[in-house]
Design a protein around this ligand. Structure first.
Ligand code: AMP
Ligand code: ZN
Length: 152
C-alpha cells in the first residue's frame, strides 16, 4: 500500500493537468513532433520566429530552469544538439539561437520549462535584444560582487 501511494504521488508531480505542454507530451493534443527520447521531447513551435523554430522540453512537468533536476542535463544537452543540428540541416540555416524564458517578467507564457531552438539565416533581420552600458566600471564590479555573494 505504501508503494502504491508513492507511485501515485510521483505521477501526479510529473504531470500538470492544466499544462498544454504536458498534454502535447502525452499526445492528448496534436503537435508537429520531431524528437522523443528518454525524458526529453521536442516539437515545432506553432508560432515560429523563423520556420523550423523548435521547442525542447523535459517530459516531466517542471515550471522553470530552477526546478530542473541537474541529472537531466546530459539528456537535455544531447537533445538540444541533435535537434538543433537537424533543424539547421532541414531549414538550410547558417546559425541557431538557443533561448529560455523563465518567469512572466522574462516572457514565459507556458509554465513548463522549455528551450527554444531558432534557426537563423544571414540578414534575416531578427534582433534579439538591445544592450546598454553600466554607469561605471565600479558599478559593474559592485554588481559582480553581489552576484558572487549570492552564489555563496
Ligand atoms: P514562452 O514564451 O517561452 O513560454 O514560449 C511558449 C511558446 O510556446 C511560444 O513560442 C508559443 O508559440 C508556443 N506554443 C504555445 N502553444 C503551442 C502549441 N500548442 N504547439 C506548439 N507551440 C506552442
Ligand atoms: Zn507541463
Amino acid at each position: 500500500m505504501i508503494v502504491h501511494s508513492w507511485v501515485v504521488s510521483t505521477v501526479e508531480r510529473a504531470v500538470n493537468q492544466d499544462c498544454i505542454f504536458c498534454k502535447i507530451v502525452a499526445g492528448e493534443i496534436p503537435s508537429a513532433k520531431i524528437y522523443d527520447h528518454g525524458g526529453v521531447f521536442a516539437f515545432l513551435d506553432i508560432a515560429p520566429v523563423n520556420k523550423g523554430h523548435a521547442l525542447v522540453v523535459p517530459k516531466k512537468h517542471y515550471a522553470t530552469l530552477f526546478e530542473l533536476p541537474p541529472d537531466i542535463g546530459r539528456e537535455l544537452i544531447l537533445a538540444l544538439k541533435t535537434v538543433g543540428q537537424a533543424v539547421m540541416a532541414a531549414t538550410g540555416a547558417e546559425g541557431l539561437n538557443l533561448g529560455m524564458n523563465n518567469f512572466e517578467a522574462a516572457g514565459q507564457l507556458v509554465d513548463h520549462a522549455h528551450f527554444h531552438l531558432i534557426p537563423r539565416h544571414k540578414g534575416d533581420g531578427l534582433t534579439l535584444w538591445t544592450q546598454h552600458a553600466y554607469e561605471s566600471v565600479e558599478d559593474m564590479q559592485k554588481l559582480a560582487q553581489a552576484i558572487r555573494s549570492a552564489i555563496g
